[in-house]
Design a binder for this molecule. Structure first.
Ligand code: SF4
Ligand code: SF4
Length: 325
């Protein structure tokens, strides 16, 4: 696969510094039941990297030490990590809001039949990717049969109260099926709500629109099709200064399956570790969850690159969707 990393390191993106830490976003591993074309972690059924129990314990200690508000679990399919349920149960006991970034189809896989009930019992917020309400677009991006399985999973979540009971939030994620920016979030949310309600009787809370980052599998596709420079021009041409204040790296630290720290999930994929004030960008000094027991790195410079324009383009983009209304 072609790699955009060397093209991203030299940037004129404005400098950023870390603010107060509220959220730990933990990648529990790259194992996934799907292998989507846009996946920025190149996850799939053959990946073997999974966070071990020692690092899971450290995650819990960090949550407690800094009284963090949110534990945001990603993967791969985070639910496929054997310690997923333990981590959720213990984090909930600490009063932390747990977010499960769920690909929906995992709820339909053999061996995971009781997963939806588990999530509901622990009041886990479900953020579920559904790149479109059209069957053809979803299957094209995520694989044959994925749309039908996703719809069945959403019906199951609704039957447990998700998207209906205020204590059981169900949010969907849209990302473009190509080298273009997402449409306005509110307009698309209204379309999704209408289509999913009319066709399948499905309810959900919010739609998050997320810009495709020019990295990993999507970045490789851009290079292979000769579209990388056009896409970067699109991101840069749509830069909005107002999104700079609210980019997610201000308040979030991303943790990889080995417990290493990054300013965000994208930097994790680009192997750009979180650094301290003295450190040179690109040096390989790696910060770990253990250091996070001592400091929250507030005020430290954030490691930036050309890909950061993906967070500030148009309405802005983060794990919680657009940054502007
Ligand atoms: S479901 Fe998510 S983690 Fe899995 S391959 Fe698709 S995008 Fe990647
Ligand atoms: S990609 Fe986005 S979240 Fe990550 S460091 Fe750049 S601006 Fe921050």
């Amino acid at each position: 696969m072609l790699d955009t990393r060397p093209l991203l390191l030299d940037t004129d993106f404005p400098s950023l510094n870390r603010g107060a830490l509220t959220t730990l976003q933990v990648n529990l591993g790259y194992l996934c039941n799907l292998s989507c074309t846009h996946c920025h972690v190149n996850a799939g059924p053959k990946r073997t990297e999974l966070m071990d129990r020692d690092n899971v314990e450290l995650v819990l200690q960090v949550l407690q030490r800094h009284r963090l508000q949110v534990l945001d679990l990603t993967g791969g399919a985070p639910e496929m990590n054997p310690h997923f349920r333990y981590l959720v149960e213990e984090a909930v006991k600490l009063g932390v809001e747990v977010i499960d970034r769920c690909n929906l189809t995992i709820l339909q896989e053999p061996g995971y039949e009781d997963l939806a009930e588990f999530l509901a019992r622990h009041k886990v917020t479900v953020v579920a990717s559904l790149p479109c309400y059209s069957e053809q677009n979803v299957n094209e991006q995520r694989g044959k049969g994925v749309f039908g399985d996703s719809i069945d999973a959403l019906i199951k979540l609704n039957s447990l109260g998700y998207g209906i009971d205020p204590q059981l939030p169900l949010n969907l994620v849209y990302n473009p099926n190509g080298a273009f920016l997402p449409p306005p979030q509110m307009q698309l949310e209204n379309d999704y709500k209408q289509q999913l309600r009319e066709q399948y009787g499905i309810e959900f809370n919010s739609l998050f629109t997320i810009t495709n980052m020019p990295i990993s599998r999507f970045g490789g596709m851009l290079l292979a099709k000769g579209k990388y420079h056009d896409y970067m021009e699109l991101l840069k041409g749509s830069y909005s200064d107002s999104n700079l204040e609210t980019v997610m790296c201000h308040s979030l630290i991303s943790v990889d399956w080995q417990g290493n720290l990054y300013d965000c999930d994208f930097n994790q994929m680009l192997e750009l570790p979180l650094r301290d004030t003295q450190q040179i960008i690109g040096s390989d000094r790696q910060r770990h969850l253990r250091q996070l027991l001592e400091t929250d790195f507030q005020g430290n410079p954030i490691v930036i690159g050309e890909h950061c324009y993906g967070c500030t383009a148009g309405q802005g983009s983060s794990c919680g969707g657009a940054l502007e209304d």
